[in-house]
Design a protein around this ligand. Sequence first.
Ligand code: PHE
Length: 339
Amino acid sequence: MRTKLNDIKNAAIGEIAEAKTSVELNDIRVKYLGKSGEISLIMRDMAKLPKEERPAFGKLVNELREVVEATLGEKTAQIAEKEKFARLKAEEIDITLPSDVRPLGTLHPLTKVRRELIDIFLGMGFSVDEGPEIESDLFNFQLLNIPKDHPSRDMQDTFYVNENIVLRTQTSAMQARIMTTQKPPIRVVIPGKVYRSDDDASHSPIFNQFEGLAIDRHITMGDLQGCLQTFAQKIFSKDTKVRLRPSYFPFTEPSVEVDVTCAMCHGKGCRVCKGTGWVEILGAGIVNPAVLEMCGIDSNEYSGFAFGFGIDRIAMIKYGIPNIKLLYENDVRFLAQFN
Ligand code: PHE
């Protein structure tokens, strides 16, 4: 029995000394100290011994167990240290290597144009406002002299939320909001999203408008023309000319349609302007006195001008973008060109 104990001890210590990994060590632990390991099995053999020899034998087995446990413990600590070191070595990062360059985003062309427009009008003494995209029929239509069932509603294909709520079809809705809450003099521009159920190469169901409103004493068509002339020259180029043609909007009287000389050919005539040298960019006019009165402004004392255009259209003309959809698809290959 004693020789057997000695054999086990030598074998265990030898194997522990040879072990190279924590996995191997664990196998050795199971082999000797596990539930059916050799040392546990030998404990069972004790039953075969005469009663008086059992305590002494038990003591020897316990000593053996302790020695094996201690040797295992030491080696485990050693190997753990080695393995930790190897892992750190493998995970080492060379901080002197150049890092991966993260691509920087670029401003969306609509954002660029909107900011440029705001700058131009701030320079002319306008302030900037915003309003709700879900708008009441009252502001979007009625206070702008477009009563319910009026044929001019057909000019805009409206998304109705319910009978009295619409997705605003025009930033002109903000004209009514401002005139009913502010006193002249008023000089304000309103950029914002608008919605119409319209969909082709030059129309998107969502697009961006830019509204202007000026109300004061003695405002005339000349003020409107001068303001638009300055704006057109700043956003396109110094040689840009502006042309006003008679038109119709329910909330302006008289109303005009405004053309600028083509930014592509500078008025010579090309594909973009269909050979005419002019491109239409906005609607405008003198604020209809009926609208002033509905909004609580005395039309005998005050007059005003208003204009509205598509920011998208300005961007398309400025950058030669052929299809409005490109502005809403967010293809980074397209957007990156405006860096
Ligand atoms: N709201 C008009 C449109 O969307 C444009 C406009 C604005 C016309 C202001 C006149 C005055 O077509």
